[in-house]
Design a protein around this ligand. Structure first.
Ligand code: BG6
Length: 483
């Protein structure tokens, strides 16, 4: 396999919230990695913008430190780091006042693609967008990038959309869901739409059920204040799990374009049935170590917020009626594993004796770690002993298909380059976000109304007991978290 880096056009990227956590951990290292492989030239510029009073030199030192901490500078030659730092500029800017906007405007090059990356609290999206426009920093070719949380519920998401649309057109707005930038998530589309093998089987007629698991081993310590306002449903299901569900359930788009792909995704979200409390399990982790429970990390002894949620979801359309989608996600679970399990129906009639336990085929799509796809099949147990059956798997690890010297790309690297290219396929459209909240809100309201309290689960386990019951009562089992 040949590594191909397709250079992008020269750009000016203005990073608001340039000294924040996301900028340090993800955005700046991702830009460096793309520079390192030659995807953009020294003509491009990265302008940090924040309220801190800092010189350009001080910001460059800050960036150098981020790279040391969060990117592989050890393997980079020193001159590459130096050349990258030379692209960096800084403007002190205050979103709520006039300070700094004329300076920023004087730095913009109107003939060059401009990207405004808002790594700031959502409360500032609208103000920054309108100041960018009013100060003449942006033009019709500019792109604006925003991060989740994109709203807290339907009204707040609609208000955010409106604020952004006051200053930018929808085709200039890039709402990031970093799950869409993950290699395997895109591979999911390749698997479904570049192969003819699966499509005829991809429906309720042949698929018994689908499981989507995003398990994390980390807790919420250090971000309890944000998380406790949000919970697993808003933090993970409304966006990341929903995106995975869309890619599994959507109809084949007519082409791999932003409009065609996003049209199909919206239709899936609109087809989701509301989920009743009977089809939900919520949990909070508890630890045998003092001070390590969810309630301690949240800093709220009375919190009713869930750090785990599992649910049975129905996609009410012709393709999927009768095939449930079981979703689960949680913190402090046994391992960090994200995977999708597509369970095909059992053979309609088994001609072999003694074949209990041999079920329909299972397709497992692993997002992380160890990205890849495994198809579990049944074969004859090799050797003598009559016609006995055994499990065998067709296994593809994406690491094996990569050029050996090539590191795997972080989701942010791909997504930021897509912004520069002007490709919105892997970003959420405004109506998609709205549809996702339209489905999420009533579910949350229903559990709030009924005071549906979360149960507890042990740190390092698989989630609360009722999440097991949720699937066992349908005669099915979760695939274990971790091997
Ligand atoms: C973020 C959530 O969007 O995704 C976090 O806010 C979560 O709570 C993270 O930990 C998971 O992302 P990843 O890429 O590590 O699976």
């Amino acid at each position: 396999m040949v590594s191909r880096v397709i250079p992008v056009s020269t750009f000016d990227l203005v990073l608001f919230g340039a000294t924040g956590d996301l900028a340090r951990r993800k955005v700046l290292p991702s830009l460096f990695h793309r520079f390192q492989v030659g995807q953009f030239s020294e003509e491009s510029r990265i302008i940090g913008a924040s309220r801190s009073d800092m010189s350009k030199q001080a910001f460059r030192s800050f960036v150098a430190k981020c790279l040391e901490e969060f990117s592989d500078t050890a393997s980079a030659d020193e001159s590459c780091v130096k050349r990258f730092l030379n692209l960096i500029d800084y403007v002190q800017i205050d979103a709520s006042t006039e300070t700094g906007w004329d300076v920023l405007s004087s730095k913009m090059r109107p003939q060059i693609i401009s990207v405004f990356y808002l790594s700031v609290a959502p409360g500032l999206f609208g103000t920054i967008a309108s100041r960018l426009r009013a100060s003449g920093c942006s033009n019709r070719e500019s792109r604006i990038v925003v991060e989740k949380p994109f709203g807290h519920d339907l009204p707040s998401a609609q208000a955010l959309n409106k604020e952004l649309l006051n200053s930018f057109e929808e085709d200039q707005i890039y709402r990031i869901d970093h799950y869409l930038g993950k290699e395997t998530v895109q591979n999911l589309m390749a698997l479904r739409f570049a192969n003819s093998l699966f499509e005829p089987l991809w429906s309720a007629a042949h698929i018994d059920h689908v499981q989507i698991t995003v398990a994390e081993d980390m807790g919420i310590a250090g971000r309890g204040e944000y998380y406790d306002q949000s919970g697993a449903m808003r933090d993970m299901v409304q966006n990341h799990l929903m995106q995975l569900l869309c890619l599994i359930a959507m109809e084949p788009p007519s082409k791999f374009s932003a409009t065609a792909v996003r049209n199909e995704k919206v239709k899936v979200i609109q087809a989701l049935e509301p989920v009743s409390n009977a089809n939900i399990a919520r949990g909070q982790y508890v630890s045998s170590m003092p001070g390590e429970d969810y309630l301690d990390h949240a800093g709220n002894p009375h919190s009713q917020t869930e750090s785990f949620v599992a649910m049975k979801v129905q996609v009410a359309n012709w393709r999927w009626a009768g095939t449930p989608f079981y979703l689960r996600t949680g913190k402090c679970l046994r391992e960090r594993v994200s995977e999708i399990v597509v369970q095909f129906r059992d053979p309609p009639h088994m001609i072999f004796d003694g074949t209990e336990g041999h079920k329909g085929n299972t397709l497992v799509i692993r997002l992380q770690p160890d990205e890849g796809i495994t198809l579990h099949t049944t074969i004859k147990d090799p050797g003598p002993g009559g016609m006995r059956l055994a499990d065998a798997s067709l296994d593809m690890s994406f690491a094996d298909t990569r050029v050996p010297t090539e590191r795997s790309q972080d989701a942010y690297e791909r997504l930021i380059m897509d912004v520069v290219r002007g490709d919105q396929t892997l970003f959420m459209r405004g109506d998609e976000v709205v549809a996702a909240w339209e489905w999420t809100d009533p579910t949350i309201e229903a559990w709030q109304e009924k005071r549906f309290a979360p149960s507890t689960y042990d740190v390092g386990g698989s989630g609360p007991e009722d999440s097991l019951l949720l699937i066992h009562r349908d005669g099915r089992r979760w695939r274990p978290i971790g091997r």
